[in-house]
Unconditional design. Structure first.
Ligand code: PHE
Length: 343
């Protein structure tokens, strides 16, 4: 044992450290649970009683020497960092930190909102989980009327009896809530998520986003509606955009129309985006049906209004010529990065 102590003392004497990690390794090797000094303390238990005094002192001295040496190495390193660390160039630029980008749907929604804000429209929001009354009833969808089939609905609960709880199929429900409680005149746009029981394909999804608009005042006419939509189309798709209205049907508007904008890709000549027609369908619109005004407590003899509604994904697809709607939901960063410079 005497020799082993001498040997270890010598080893400790010679220790040199380049980095802090070396010191920690020495500590484990000497004083750790299975370290050589610790091992000697275990052997000490079996030593002859008359030798205990001598070896006890020697072992304690060894342990102290090891601890002192480790402290000394640590202090030296702190004062004078190792060669290796000194070589590290702190002025080198760090790793690139990737910033996120705004989602194309958010970009499009914000653009639509900012255009209508310029025209004096305020933003109104409402719940995604709605009751039948606000999504259908107040909008002139009579019970059992086939018009309800136009929008396949996800029902949440039948607890409301003939007013079940469901996921809204359009943000027209927000317009109903506004008509119920806002003072007249009303000029709002309602952006939000909507839900329809549709099979997912390149052209349809069960979740999508809408921006709908509503303007109610005295003497609002169809000409006002056309003008608002034309101005919007010019802001969104370019100054030389034209619009055309085709007769359509919605239970809550009369008359109703579907709006097409001139194809901004082929400038009306016909291409594969507009399927050779020169026109792209962008929204539905119409004059608010008097029954709808009445259902929300507005006198249709005194007030009239128009409403319109568009799908944000559709507008975004047309603006950036994205051919598959599903790209907007998959969030593949290679797709999202394409919009980095748009923001
Ligand atoms: N709510 C209709 C839809 O979701 C769109 C629309 C709104 C049509 C307002 C006319 C007037 O399809």
């Amino acid at each position: 044992m005497r020799e082993r102590i001498e040997e270890l003392l010598h080893e400790i004497e010679e220790l040199k450290a380049q980095k802090m990690q070396d010191i920690e390794e020495y500590r484990i090797k000497l004083l750790g649970k299975k370290g050589s000094v610790t091992k000697l303390f275990e052997d000490f238990r079996e030593i002859l009683p008359e030798q205990k005094r001598e070896f006890g002192q020697k072992l304690n001295a060894l342990k102290q020497a090891a601890a002192a040496k480790l402290d000394e190495l640590r202090e030296k390193l702190e004062e004078n960092p190792s060669q290796e660390e000194a070589k590290f160039d702190y002025t080198k630029p760090g790793d690139r930190f990737d910033l996120g980008t705004r989602h194309p749907i958010s970009i499009t929604r914000e653009e639509i909102i900012s255009i209508f804000s310029k025209f004096g429209y305020a933003v109104a929001e409402g719940p995604e989980i709605e009751d039948d009354w606000h999504v259908f009833g107040a909008l002139n969808f009579p019970p059992e009327h086939p018009a309800r089939d136009m929008q396949d609905t996800f029902f949440v609960s039948q607890a409301g009896g003939d007013n079940p709880i469901l996921l809204r199929t359009h943000t027209s429900s927000v317009q109903v809530r506004a008509m119920e409680k806002m003072p007249l005149p009303i000029r709002i746009i309602c952006p939000g998520r909507v839900f329809r029981n549709e099979a997912i394909s390149a052209r349809a999804h069960c979740i999508f986003h809408q921006v709908e608009g509503l303007y109610i005042d005295k003497n609002v006419s169809f000409a006002d509606l056309k003008q608002a939509i034309l101005l919007f189309a010019k802001e969104m798709f370019g100054e030389d955009s034209k619009i055309r209205l085709r007769p359509s049907y919605f239970p809550f508007t009369e008359p109703s129309a579907e709006v097409d904008v001139s194809c901004n890709i082929c400038k009306g000549k016909g291409c594969n985006i507009c399927k050779g027609t020169g026109w792209l369908e962008i929204m539905g619109c119409g004059m608010v049906d008097p029954n709808v005004l009445e259902a929300s407590g507005i006198d249709p003899k005194e007030y009239s209004g128009f409403a319109f509604g568009m799908g944000v994904e559709r507008i975004a697809m047309l603006k950036w010529q994205v051919k598959d709607l599903r790209h907007y939901f998959e969030n593949d960063v290679r797709f999202l990065r394409e919009f980095e410079t748009v923001v």
